[in-house]
Design a protein around this ligand. Structure first.
Ligand code: AMP
Length: 618
């Protein structure tokens, strides 16, 4: 076993192109490329780092650490492992007009707003036009992989539901927008017709429609009109796909009446979408409308995907990480179709693909593709949520931490790591915050199971709420209890996704000064709303704009409920001395203990305030 800090033995084979040409219509050639990249993982990783340093070691950021030095050893020794707070200033300067070259010699062409937040606002990740090509490369790379396992996908279409979100301009004129919005608006995506595997039922105009309800309606209408062509269905995350099914439940009668009449509803005012849908609809089709109505009328909606789109071979949605909570609902609606998680990616950069796409959700691993970025891994001591001893940047010297970082090809099977990336776009040794477990290797490139995101306790859609956010939000709401003469003595939470949209549930145990406190609904509902108002921007966007998260609920439990929860945790092996109330529970047993002691349930009566992002100079 090599020690993590020892240099790799790099084979003497000629350097690979770091962004090779990939023809997604050439299955054999692309599979060969995957084999080459993963076989030469150590060499490719070193080339990636050398290239990033050759381009960028004189940027203001890197020069501050390397002082003109370059190369693997100096990088490892002198460049610290960082979190967003440590580069935020540079990114904000670029948003305000400083040259990209303070972090990256290639021009930064846009800022990608992440669902991870910092100080309540989305983090912004720099990106370049070359990076867009790198993303397209990864999308292309996965085409032959799925073709290897599923036949004939080029003989029909994909009903993929894709949406754009609002974007803003920074004072320097850069777009700041989510990574998928950027990709869907790019010519790489819009001119994909040459790629026979990317034939979708949704016309571009419906994907680019800024009004998410009109976009959803138009895309579902197109999907229904072409139902006999559909071979796969999907969305990026399972939460979005289930939202589409819920939308269909609410709108199938209207959709069918449009199909019967050969006319699209008047409330679809987006002219591009109207035109594109009408090109597909062309004429009234009473027969199709009846067929769809007959299926939608049958309750329950078990297997509705197979019934409406009978040739569907699989559902393409991410079901790993926080999305695993949706597997039972997906199984129900799809009638047991394979659920395929194809890719692991983020706003920072795209990481890897699933080379065994038909593996069951619990078995899914992603192979990190070595030319996407330079990857390092911080060892994590335990896999238990909240108990792992990942490095704490504030308590630990960031260079000491850096010394522990392990290279891609040196990770060990069965061990847990936190992912650290150095990108081509100006992030150096950046902690992504994801905890991964090594499940094996494909050639020399490791396969990782996504374990969880560091610190995150609640997530329903793209919202990611950590323990501290939750504590702060609850602390903001606590004073509202004063009129009841109560104090909040204990709390915990869980994300209830048994219905769509899911919502946050908080269990509160109150300590009352007088024996017979009445739970005043107005006060408790105000507490619900105050918690929501105090959660971060992404949560409030999901709740108020996207409606992908439902109203927050507080369940008040009677005195002693949290003692019963503690008893359960102790029975299940927690140590008495170290017992801390878990701030998030997920086991059905724990939820049942508290649910059995609920004395009042309250919901927010309105959605919290949300405003489009503002970036840059005030
Ligand atoms: P964002 O920066 O908003 O694009 O979110 C990226 C994050 O989403 C990643 O760092 C992961 O935490 C999560 N994520 C992305 N892809 C997957 C996946 N395939 N499985 C589980 N989590 C994922």
């Amino acid at each position: 076993m090599r020690s993590p800090s020892s240099p790799h033995v790099i084979s003497a084979s000629p350097p690979m192109k770091l962004l090779p040409k990939c023809d997604p219509n050439d299955d054999e050639g692309t599979m060969k490329l995957i084999e080459e990249l993963t076989t030469n993982a150590a060499q490719v990783q070193r080339q990636v780092l050398d290239e990033i340093l050759a381009r960028n070691s004189n940027t203001e950021y890197l020069h501050g650490f390397l002082d003109g030095l370059t190369g693997y050893h100096f990088f490892k020794k002198k460049v610290p492992v960082i979190e967003y707070e440590h580069v935020r200033e540079y990114i904000e300067r670029i948003a305000n007009g400083a040259p990209s070259s303070i972090i990256c010699t290639q021009p930064i062409t846009e800022l990608l707003t992440s669902s991870g937040t910092s100080g309540g606002q989305p983090k912004m990740m720099p990106s370049t036009s070359e990076e867009l090509d790198r993303k397209t490369f990864l999308y292309d790379l996965q085409v032959p992989v799925i073709n290897k396992y599923v036949d004939g996908l080029d003989k029909g279409k994909g009903m993929y539901l894709m949406f754009v979100k609002p974007e803003i301009r920074t004072p320097s004129g850069l777009s700041a927008r989510p990574v998928l919005t950027s990709y869907y608006k790019s010519s790489n995506f819009l001119n994909r017709h040459f790629n026979k595997h990317l034939i979708y039922t949704s016309p571009n105009e419906t994907i680019l429609c800024a009004d998410s309800r009109q976009s959803m309606y138009s895309q579902l209408l197109c999907g229904l009109l072409q139902c006999d062509d559909v071979l796969r269905v999907g969305a990026v995350f399972s939460s979005a796909f289930l939202r589409a099914i819920k939308f269909l439940e609410d709108h199938w009668q209207e959709l069918c009446s449009n199909i019967r009449a050969g006319e699209i509803s008047e409330w679809i005012t987006d002219s591009g979408s109207r035109r594109a849908v009408m090109q597909i609809m062309r004429e009234p089709n009473a027969q199709l409308a009846e067929r769809i109505e007959a299926e939608c009328r049958k309750e329950p909606w078990e297997g509705i995907i197979r019934r409406l789109w009978p040739r569907t071979k699989y559902v393409d949605v991410i079901v790993t990480g926080s999305m695993a909570q949706y597997i039972p609902l997906l199984d129900f609606y799809s009638g047991g179709l394979p659920l395929v998680s194809t890719m692991y990616a983020s706003s920072e950069c795209y990481f890897g693909i699933n080379l065994q796409p038909l593996s069951s959700p619990a078995e899914v691993s992603y192979t990190l593709i070595p030319n996407m970025a330079y990857f390092e891994f911080l060892p994590v001591k335990s896999d238990k949520r909240g108990e792992e001893e990942a490095f704490d940047a504030d308590k630990c010297n960031r260079l000491e931490m850096a010394a522990e970082a392990v290279d891609l090809v040196d990770v060990e099977v069965g061990k847990f790591y936190e992912l650290v990336v150095t990108t081509f776009t100006g992030l150096y040794r950046y902690r992504v915050g994801d905890i991964l477990m090594v499940t094996g290797f494909h050639n020399s490139a490791p396969n990782f199971r996504f374990v969880h995101r560091r610190n995150i306790v609640l997530s329903v859609d793209t919202d990611k709420t950590n323990e501290e956010d939750l504590l702060l939000a609850i602390t903001a709401a606590k004073p509202l209890l004063a009129p009841l003469g109560c104090l909040l003595s204990e709390y915990t939470s869980y994300a209830d996704t048994s219905s769509i949209p899911g919502h946050y549930i908080l269990f509160w145990e109150l300590k009352s000064n007088n024996a017979a406190t009445e739970l005043d609904s107005a006060v408790m509902e105000a507490c619900c709303l105050m918690v929501e108002e105090s959660l971060d921007w992404v949560y409030r966007r999901c709740r108020s704009r996207d409606r992908s998260v439902g109203a927050l609920e507080i369940r008040v439990v009677r005195a002693g409920a949290f003692d019963a929860l503690m008893d359960l945790c102790l029975t299940n092996g927690s140590s008495v001395n170290q017992y801390k109330t878990p701030r998030c529970i997920s086991s059905p047993e724990a939820i049942a203990v508290l649910d059995g002691r609920v004395v009042g349930r309250f919901f927010s009566r309105s959605a919290p305030q949300w405003e489009p992002l503002r970036v840059g100079k005030k």
